[in-house]
Design a protein around this ligand. Structure first.
Ligand code: XMP
Length: 311
């Protein structure tokens, strides 16, 4: 594709649409919202406010890392601390769909909508890509009507508009344009990470303590498999316990599953054939570095019938 032409066209388009008004967008750290932020910032400068929501569900150091990365690109990102909102919405929930719904509702109806209403922005920039639209039409994905998700009726609240600069691109095009714009590899090459973040990797209730456990395991897995070339790799905390022995005492400890998969489009996947040495190393680190975890399992299940995430 002609990246130069695409970038120029989108910047002109955003500029013309917004004029002298203000716009806002939420950055997740993923490549779609990152590219949207960069295009929006080039078009609008400080007429665009970009926020990053700290949901308490992110990986170790992630909120600050995202803010710093954009800071080095000359793009200010406001960190919004919404940890308590998410944790209280998730408290007591164990059903996977209810957990997903709680994260979506908290993000859109509570945190982001408040930010939009507090700002005097009339335009929302959103990183919808072509695949999102196709999957919404096909009924695979939840409706991507961001205004409705924010509880804003576009007719009633006259003046709110959504701008979707990436809506003609697929993921590989998004990465191509990101590379063309020299975005750091940590953005353009980032492995997929789900919107509901670590909540998709905790079976059972999501609490601060359980998040800490899965966050530590995730950091180990990402460190050990960062050069594996696999499509995606993760740690999952099960909602079960197993007996173990530590310091000559029996304990009823927690169980971490390591998942690492090969895939091209995430619709199907197979487990990566990691070497035993690597698997032992990951297992040893997880059961020795994380308090209360005394078992580590490697998931061999393909998708289907399993999904990649556990929630
Ligand atoms: P599953 O678990 O359905 O995941 O096999 C397929 C791919 O999609 C990612 N995933 C998500 N991405 N929001 C996202 O942006 C979500 O709610 C979500 N759920 C799953 C998952 O990480 C995998 O790459």
């Amino acid at each position: 594709m002609d990246c130069k032409k695409f970038v120029e066209e989108q910047i002109t388009d955003i500029k013309e649409t917004v004029g002298d008004a203000k716009a806002i967008n939420a950055l997740s750290g993923g490549v779609d919202s990152a590219l949207t932020t960069v295009l929006g910032h080039r078009a609008l400068g400080d007429q665009l406010k970009t926020i990053f929501v700290d949901s308490a569900l992110m990986r170790e150091g992630e909120p600050q890392r995202v803010v710093n990365t954009f800071d080095s690109l000359g793009i200010p990102v406001e960190l919004v601390d919404a940890q308590e909102d998410f944790l209280s919405a998730l408290a007591g929930l164990t059903d996977p769909e209810e957990k997903r719904q709680a994260v979506t509702d908290t993000f859109y109806s509570k945190v982001f909508s408040q930010q939009v209403k507090q700002s005097d922005a009339n335009f929302l920039l959103h990183g919808t890509i072509l695949t999102d639209i196709e999957e919404t039409v096909a009924g695979i994905k939840r409706q991507h009507n961001i205004l409705a998700q924010l509880g804003i009726d576009p007719e009633e609240a006259y003046g709110y508009s959504v701008i979707e600069p990436l809506k003609t691109l697929r993921k590989d095009n998004v990465r191509e344009v990101s590379k063309f714009l020299d975005l750091p590899a940590e953005i353009s090459q980032r492995i997929p990470f789900p919107g509901p973040a670590l909540a998709t990797r905790i079976v059972g209730e999501v609490t601060r303590q359980r998040l800490d456990t899965v966050r530590k395991a995730t950091a180990i897995v990402e460190e050990e498999l960062g050069d594996s070339g696999a499509f995606q790799y993760m740690a999952v905390l099960l909602n079960d316990r197993a007996t173990g022995i530590r310091d000559n005492k029996r304990e009823f400890g927690q169980i971490i599953v390591v998942r690492c998969v090969e895939s091209t489009d995430a619709r199907t996947a197979t487990a990566t054939e990691l070497g035993w040495k690597k698997l032992h190393r990951i297992c040893d680190r997880i059961v020795s570095e994380i308090e209360d975890v005394n078992r580590c399992l490697y998931d061999l299940t393909p998708k289907p019938p399993a999904t990649i995430e556990y929630i």
